[in-house]
Design a protein around this ligand. Structure first.
Ligand code: HEC
Length: 719
């Protein structure tokens, strides 16, 4: 392998005049989440190219047969030695013959997980975006997470490797320097391998009761902890002073690397995109800049020591997590090559740094932002970083001029009135009680699909959502006097803990289901179990006590026998940091009566950005809305899952709500090929080659944006 790399490199040196830059690595495999540890979703394969892609056809499909009405598949599969590793909607890990799609083995985490452990998300089915492969002469291993378990599975047999951790499993609640046994923790994106370490992040609760998002590195053989990095620093550590409250580090959570990592293997630097601190939308109990939340962290991969960091949002109150690991790129400046890092954001920007030292390659200014909040106790940051010289890839404000022109004049007038009543027009307008427009939205700009980067042309490809959301803050409900009934208490507990997702009056919001009619599905016991353990994107609430659960059930399940009982008054929140004065009314998109975005299209775009110049080379809408397509209007749609780019001159992207899979000319953005998937592919494709044949595979799990859930992995090839 090394020899080939060296040869290609040498060849590259000889071929500087062929119109594109030589690249050092092969990029012919897809054995890492995101294609390579550089996380650039690039493949040097070129059998499928701009001239023949129109003949691309379905080659095999694999059905996992375990989906239900809520499931999704967000997996970017990996392929090693002709075997494809993927994960099913219910988090079963499987190995397929990558040439035929036939199953070799299946691992079901619920069969081996010890049943005596309950609660705190141990068994909850998180969403899984991929798995990690490790090999040495003695073993081949797959690491992946189900619930709060990190499993180490033999890649040849599908059986847990019992010498790792506790019978092949690590409990993610451990090693967090506080009792996190009752806190929700899971892992959506896979870890990354450096030498004999697996470096992992986590998904934690976005509410006040959240585990800290420490980054941890474990020995791949034994599961022993080798290092951890405190993303919420302890006294004496760099960044500690960015928290005004000296005890915050013990009590506040979040600041987690949920979107995975990229690795500069040669230099031994791991890069982590960090999410916001909890609670997302109110920071009165976490005053200060909150390092290392919302930061790009460059750590020594061997020790976990910080090399540099950059905070993209100070004291975040908008849920501006960094949603993807940065792409490790090389740019050209004044005839010189610079190893750089491109970090797309939910806000629609691409930050570009020298990856060795964190020096900004496009100027970043600290601009003044509004500092007056209606929310008592809040203290907003006076300035925020702003990029100069590199164009945003998403619109930056929703104002009157941008109202959706596809709706009637009357409705446009209504939207205009509503806009006037809201706080809008600037990304850093504070959360408010009258409502603040979050645009670009909670899901970007960029999301977890991440960017693709072409090392030959220095173009970065990034898909974007352009959906305005409305954030409305309300005061938390206070416990009433002795006359409070179970039903009233349940409503209060609901408003304080559940409304932020399930919306006012249990009607649902964003991707969170309505709870109307759930009494038909749940008994008090199964309801309690769900709340204690969570499920997929619903976090666990192990801290909610019995009496509160009973009250919640009387409100949500309408248990008549409990309704009129006086509330027994179980919970004052035990930790004052968890008892916040405000909560939000849910994740609400700003929509028209017919459910279209209130903003003018495009609602989803694919962008090609030249990283040498900072210029957008092309931008196309992605995804069609049937009604408007009939009138010749290309609206674009919301989208989840990323693009890949190939040496065959193509960018492949599924991701859109219309369930299509598309190939674009990477130079021009022209659509060359498209096909309908069995279910929308809210995932990033992978490409690989076996015996000279190139395959493109995409997981089609649907289940987002109101589309049906599915269970299919489809592979395409030239017949
Ligand atoms: C962070 C967002 C979030 C919060 C907070 C949240 N939920 Fe959920 N909830 C979800 C999601 C997402 C689902 C769908 C889960 C799935 O995929 O199975 C869900 C599902 C449910 C369901 C099952 C619905 C069904 O049709 O089967 C119930 C019941 C429920 N939640 C109750 C609650 C209660 C009670 C609370 C507060 C204690 C709460 N949730 C807090 C996101 C949330």
């Amino acid at each position: 392998m090394k020899k080939i790399t060296a040869f290609l490199f040498f060849l590259g040196l000889l071929l500087p005049n062929l119109g594109c830059d030589p690249i050092e690595k092969e990029y012919t495999t897809w054995n890492v989440y995101g294609g390579s540890k550089e996380n650039i979703r690039y493949s040097n394969l070129r059998e499928i190219d701009t001239s023949n892609v129109i003949h691309l056809e379905k080659f095999w499909e694999f059905r996992t047969q375990d989906h239900d009405q809520y499931t999704q598949i967000q997996v970017n599969p990996i392929i090693i030695d002709k075997v494809l590793f993927g994960v099913s909607p219910k988090l079963k890990l499987f190995a397929l013959d990558a040439a035929t799609g036939l199953q070799k083995w299946l691992f079901d985490p619920y069969e081996v997980a010890p049943h005596e452990i309950q609660g705190a998300g141990y068994f909850s089915m998180n969403v899984c975006r991929g798995v990690t492969y490790y090999s040495d002469p003695n073993s081949k291993r797959i690491f992946y997470a189900a619930g709060s378990n990190l499993f180490c599975i033999d890649a040849t047999t599908g059986l847990p490797i019992s010498s790792f951790g506790e019978k092949g499993r690590l409990d993610l609640h451990n090693d967090l320097d506080r009792d996190a046994s009752q806190l929700y923790i899971a892992m959506t994106s896979p870890g990354i391998i450096y030498k004999d370490l697996i470096i992992i992040g986590s998904r934690v609760n976005e509410g006040a009761v959240a585990a800290p998002g420490y980054i941890r590195a474990y020995d791949v053989h034994t599961g022993a902890l080798r290092w951890k990095f405190h993303t919420i620093p302890k006294p004496g550590e760099e960044g500690y002073e960015s928290w005004e409250d000296k005890e915050a580090w013990r009590n506040v959570g979040g600041a987690n690397a949920w979107a995975g990592f990229s690795l500069d293997e040669k230099r031994g630097i791991v890069y982590a995109p960090i999410g916001s601190a909890s609670y997302d939308f109110y920071g009165g109990k976490r005053k200060g800049d909150n390092l290392f939340a919302n930061s790009i962290l460059a750590l020594d991969a061997a020790t976990g020591n910080r090399i540099w960091h950059f905070q993209t949002v100070h004291h975040d109150v908008w849920d501006r997590d960094l949603p993807t690991a940065p792409a490790l790129v090389t740019i050209k400046r004044n005839g010189r090559e610079i190893d750089a890092l491109a970090q797309p954001t939910k806000g629609g920007l691409v930050f570009l740094f020298d990856r060795t030292n964190g020096k900004a390659l496009f100027p970043i200014e600290e601009i003044e932002v509004p500092t007056v909040s209606e929310l008592k106790g809040e203290k907003l940051a006076p300035t925020q970083p702003w990029l100069v010289g590199i164009a945003p890839f998403a619109r930056q404000a929703f104002t009157e001029k941008e109202i959706n022109p596809l709706i009637s004049k009357e409705e446009q007038a209504l939207i205009k009135e509503k806009l006037k009543s809201l706080s809008t027009g600037f990304t850093f307008n504070p959360p408010s009680k009258r409502g603040t427009v979050i645009f670009p939205g909670y899901d970007g700009g960029a999301e977890w699909g991440g960017p693709a980067y072409d090392p030959e042309t220095h173009l970065l490809y990034i898909n974007s959502n352009e959906m305005p959301w409305i954030l409305t803050m309300v005061e938390q409900q206070k416990k009433m006097d002795k006359t409070e009934t179970n039903f009233m208490a349940g409503k209060r507990i609901y408003q304080n803990n559940c409304m932020a997702c399930h919306g006012t009056n249990k009607k649902g919001s964003g991707n969170h289901p309505s709870l109307e009619g759930v009494e038909k599905k749940y008994s008090q016991a199964s309801f309690n179990a769900l709340i204690k353990s969570g499920r997929r994107m619903m976090p666990a609430f192990p801290q909610i006590q019995e009496a509160d659960l009973e009250a919640l059930a009387s409100y949500i399940l309408g248990l008549d026998d409990k309704k009129e009982l006086l509330f027994k008054g179980a919970t004052e929140k035990s930790n004052p940091y968890w008892d916040l004065p405000y909560t939000s009314t849910g994740y609400h998109k700003f929509l028209t009566e017919d459910g279209y975005p209130a903003i003018a299209p495009p609602w989803g775009t694919l962008n090609a950005i030249n990283l040498n110049t900072g210029k957008i080379v092309w931008k196309v809408p992605i995804g069609e809305t049937k009604e408007f397509l009939e009138k010749g209007i290309h609206t674009g749609t919301e989208n989840y899952g990323g693009p890949i780019v190939t040496a065959g001159g193509l960018v492949f992207l599924a991701a859109t709500k219309d369930g299509m899979f598309r190939a674009f000319n990477k130079k021009s953005g022209k659509l060359i090929w498209e096909t309908k998937l069995p279910y929308p592919g809210f995932a990033t494709p992978s490409t690989y080659t076996i015996d000279g044949k190139q395959y493109i595979v995409i997981a089609c799990g649907g289940g987002k944006l109101g589309t049906p859930s599915g269970d299919v992995y489809v592979s395409f090839a030239l017949k």
